[in-house]
Ligand binder design. Structure first.
Ligand code: GDP
Ligand code: GDP
Length: 435
C-alpha cells in the first residue's frame, strides 16, 4: 500500500489549523475513542476522492518563546519539504504578503517537491483579486480558499492529491520490515547501532520507491531483515518543538512502511501519553507491535522487578494489553537480538490463519455460554464465524442482527480469540455481517 504525507506550513494565524480541521473533517470525528489517549490534532488521516493520506500541521509545533519562533517555523518548513510528499503552504489574504512568507517560500523553492500555495481567507468572490500579489512568491499559481467557510477547498484538494495513485502497487519486498519508533531520547539510535555491528551495517536505498527512504539491512541467521528509515532516526535542533515535529513525521512514515513496529520506551520514565499516542498510531494502522522497555540497565532490580514493571505497564496499556513486552538495554546490548526474535514471532502471529471449524467449535462454545444480548431484548444469533484474511487478521461473524452487537460484546469476542489463539502483538479486527 502506498501512503502519502501532506504537511501544512505557514506563519501563525494564517488559518492552518482551520484548514486542517476542514480537510480532516468528519472522518476524525468518528474515530474510535481509546481510553487514556487524547487524540492529537496535529496529525490525522484524511481522504479525498478515494485517496487517503496523512496530514500534519506544523502549527501544532510552535514554540512559546518569540525569539525562537521564526527560526522554528523556517526549520519546520525545511523538515516538511524534506519529508512530506506535498507541502501545503498557507498564506493569508487579509494580511497580504509579509516578509516571513517570502522567507518560507525561499526554503520551499529549493527542492524538487510539490508545493501547493494556498491563499486563505478569501471568503467570497469579491476578494479573489487579492490573489495577485502572491504570484511573487515564485511557487506557481496560488489557489484561493476559505478554510473558515469551506470555499474552494475541493479544488485545492484536487490539486494536492492529483498525483496520488488510488491504488498504487508498490513492489512487494518479501523481507521482514521493522520500524524502530518511540519518543525522542528513548534510545532508538543506540538500539539500531547495537543491532548493526559494523560488518552488518549496510545502508541501502530500496529501488523502485520514489521517496528513497534509507533502510538498513540486518543479517539475522542468514535472513535479511530491513530496519526501515534508520537514517531518519535523529535530526538535530535546539528547538524542542522541531524535534517533536520531525519525530511525529518520521513515526507516521515508518509505521506506514513496516510489518512490525518495535516501540521503545524508557524504563526510567515509564509509559506516558506520548508513548500511548505512538502505540495508538501503530495499532490504528493495524500494525503488529511489541514494546521494548529500554535502559533496563539503569533500573535497580530484584527478582520481582520485571514482573511488577510489566504488570503496571499492562494496566496502563489497557486495551493494548495484547502487546508483548521485553526488557532491554541498548547500551549493554542485553536482549537486543531477542527483540528481533520476538518481532519475527509477532509477524508469524499476524500471518496465521485459524480454520473455520476450529473457530466455530471453540468460539461457538463461548458464544453459547455468554450470548450477545440486545438492549431491546431482541434475540441475537451468531451463526457462523470465519477468518477472512490475515495481516491484519479479520474475523467475520455472520448473524441475524449485526448492528445490535455492542462494543462490550466485541471486546469479549476479541479477548476470547486472544485467549484461545494468542495473536500476541496483533490488532484483531472483527466484522459483523448479515447471515
Ligand atoms: P494557524 O495559526 O495558522 O493554525 O491559524 P488558525 O487556523 O488558528 O486561524 C487563525 C484565525 O484566522 C482564526 O481566528 C480563524 O478563525 C481565522 N481564519 C482561519 N481561516 C479563515 C478563513 O478562511 N477566513 C477568515 N475570515 N478567517 C479565517
Ligand atoms: P533516540 O533519540 O531515541 O534515538 O535516543 P538515543 O539512541 O540517541 O539515546 C538517547 C540517550 O539515551 C543517549 O544518551 C544514549 O546513550 C542513552 N541510552 C540509550 N539507550 C540506553 C540504554 O539502554 N541504557 C542507558 N543507560 N542509556 C541509554
Amino acid at each position: 500500500m502506498s501512503h502519502w504525507l501532506v504537511a501544512l506550513v505557514g506563519r501563525p494565524n494564517v488559518g492552518k489549523s482551520t484548514l486542517f480541521n476542514r480537510i480532516v473533517g468528519r472522518r476524525d470525528a468518528i474515530v474510535h475513542d481509546v481510553p487514556g489517549v487524547t487524540r492529537d490534532r496535529n496529525y490525522a488521516e484524511a481522504e479525498w476522492a478515494g485517496k487517503s493520506f496523512s496530514l500534519v500541521d506544523t502549527g501544532g509545533y510552535v514554540p512559546e518563546s518569540e525569539d525562537v519562533m521564526e527560526a522554528a517555523i523556517r526549520e519546520q518548513a525545511q523538515i516538511a519539504i524534506d519529508e512530506a510528499d506535498v507541502v501545503l503552504f498557507v498564506v493569508d489574504a487579509q494580511t497580504g504578503l509579509l516578509p516571513s512568507d517570502s522567507e518560507i517560500a525561499n526554503i520551499l523553492r529549493k527542492k524538487q517537491k510539490k508545493v501547493v500555495l494556498v491563499v486563505n481567507k478569501i471568503d467570497g468572490e469579491k476578494k479573489e483579486s487579492e490573489l495577485g500579489e502572491f504570484y511573487k512568491l515564485g511557487l506557481g499559481e496560488p489557489y484561493s480558499a476559505s478554510a473558515l467557510v469551506g470555499r474552494k477547498t475541493g479544488d485545492l484538494l484536487d490539486a494536492v492529491t492529483k498525483d496520488f495513485a488510488v491504488n498504487a502497487d508498490e513492489k512487494i519486498d518479501p523481507r521482514l520490515k521493522l520500524a524502530v519508533i518511540g519518543k525522542p531520547n528513548v534510545g532508538k539510535s543506540l538500539f539500531v547501532n547495537a543491532l548493526l555491528q559494523e560488518d552488518r551495517h549496510i545502508v541501502t536505498n530500496i529501488p523502485g520507491t520514489t521517496r528513497d527512504p534509507i533502510d538498513a539491512i540486518l543479517k539475522y541467521y542468514g535472513e535479511e531483515i530491513l530496519l526501515v528509515d534508520t537514517a531518519g532516526l535523529r535530526r538535530k535542533s535546539k528547538v524542542k518543538e522541531s524535534i517533536e515535529f520531525y519525530s511525529a513525521i518520521r513515526t507516521l512514515k515508518s509505521i506506514e512502511r513496516c510489518d512490525v513496529a518495535v516501540i521503545l520506551i524508557d524504563a526510567t520514565q515509564g509509559l506516558d501519553h506520548q508513548d500511548l499516542r505512538i502505540i495508538d498510531n501503530a495499532t490504528e494502522r493495524n500494525r503488529a507491535v511489541l514494546i521494548a522497555v529500554n535502559k533496563w540497565d539503569l533500573v535497580e532490580k530484584d527478582d520481582n522487578t520485571a514482573r511488577a514493571f510489566e504488570k503496571a505497564l499492562k494496566e496502563k496499556l489497557r486495551i493494548y494489553d495484547f502487546i508483548p513486552i521485553i526488557f532491554i538495554s541498548a547500551l549493554t546490548k542485553q536482549r537486543v537480538y531477542k527483540v528481533i526474535e520476538l518481532a519475527k514471532q509477532v509477524d508469524a502471529e499476524q500471518n496465521k490463519r485459524i480454520s473455520t471449524s476450529k473457530l466455530n467449535d471453540i468460539l461457538g462454545a463461548d458464544i453459547k455460554t455468554f450470548p450477545p444480548r440486545s438492549k431491546s431484548g431482541k434475540e441475537i444469533k451468531i451463526k457462523y464465524i470465519t477468518q477472512v484474511k490475515s495481516k491484519p487478521p479479520v474475523f467475520a461473524f455472520f448473524c441475524n442482527e449485526p448492528k445490535l452487537i455492542d462494543d462490550n460484546y466485541q471486546r469479549y469476542l476479541q479477548n476470547k480469540i486472544c485467549e484461545h489463539f494468542t495473536f500476541e502483538g496483533v490488532p484483531i479486527l472483527l466484522s459483523f455481517k448479515q447471515k
